[in-house]
Ligand binder design. Structure first.
Ligand SMILES: [Zn+2]
Length: 305
């Protein structure tokens, strides 16, 4: 009896904790859902990233696929409540699970899936399947329904899509957060869908094995030259161009300090300790990502020398 009571409390709590998906209109014809600031878990259903959709005269163009087919299905149900129009294109900003794993929902609805050519390479090499297997083990139950799909079209440098009166410029920004980063720019609206390249008051994740802090800095300089009014990224509320300075500030802070301390002959552990109290420690995801970022840049600087 006591066990049952505990179980009931646990079930009620996990319902209370599961973040609700709420579609928000962020500009004319542009919608988003906002995931929580956390690592994926069964409790948050892996809903810890954003997805976006643009309504055109021909139908929807969606950007990113969330972590699971359950989540992307719920996202589409929300879109259909705004307008029951076909999902024409689904653009995947990079190969991370929280942006890619829900893609099959779109495919089943007839959408053309577009991603960087490196994502297709990742899929074909078998690495994608292996990563999924590892994620299934690590987060028991969360990714059980995930079926990976390859992109139907790929981008090497740049691709311009005209859909139902709207223009989408897909631009490669690799290597940066990963080796498969795409941003999507709408020139008339001056909106940039930035994937995981831009943040405000949140620590970026630079620990991916294909990440490059040097390439990321270059990507941010390119983005700075673009005429942008609104930045819509994978893990923040809508932002402005100040997000470029925030992200660049953190990356350069790490690169400059780690470089200096390495030249002084400090070890990785000493560097971690010396950089412990820093102005970024108060920001979201710092405890989860910061040390991984220090490690990544430390090893990256070895290669640059
Ligand atoms: Zn990512």
């Amino acid at each position: 009896m006591r066990y049952l009571k505990l179980l009931l409390i646990f079930v009620l709590l996990s319902f209370a904790m599961a973040p609700e998906m709420k579609l928000k209109r962020v500009a004319k014809d542009i919608y988003m859902v906002r995931g929580v600031d956390a690592l994926p878990s069964v409790e948050n259903r892996g809903f810890m990233s954003n997805a976006f959709a643009v309504l055109t005269k021909e139908g929807w163009v969606v950007i990113d696929a969330l972590s699971t087919p359950e989540l992307s299905k719920e996202f589409v149900d929300n879109l259909y409540r705004v307008k029951k129009a076909p999902i024409k294109y689904a653009i995947i900003t990079h190969y991370h699970p929280d942006h890619y794993y829900g893609a099959k929902t779109y495919k089943d609805l007839g959408a053309t899936i577009i991603a960087h050519e490196k994502l297709l390479e990742f899929y074909r090499s078998g690495d994608a399947q292996q990563t999924l297997q590892a994620q299934k083990e690590r987060f028991k139950g969360l990714f059980d329904k995930v079926v990976l799909v390859p992109p139907d079209r790929t981008v090497k440098d740049r691709l311009t899509l005209k859909v139902g009166g709207k223009t989408f410029e897909l631009i490669s920004m690799t290597p940066a957060h990963t080796n498969s980063d795409l941003v999507v720019y709408m020139p008339e609206e001056k909106v940039l869908f930035a994937g995981d390249l831009l943040y405000m008051n949140r620590i970026p994740f630079m620990g991916d094995r294909n990440a490059s802090s040097k390439g990321w800095v270059e990507a941010l300089r390119k983005i700075r030259d673009m005429d942008i009014k609104v930045v819509l990224a994978g893990h923040n509320e809508p932002m402005g161009k100040e997000s470029i300075d925030f992200t660049l500030g953190y990356i350069n802070f790490l690169r400059d300090n780690i470089k200096r301390l390495k030249e002084e002959g400090k070890s990785l552990d000493e560097i971690k300790e010396l950089l412990k109290n820093n102005p970024y420690a108060k920001y979201v995801m710092y405890d989860v990502f910061h040390n991984a970022n220090v490690f990544k840049i430390y090893t990256e600087l070895d290669m640059e020398e």
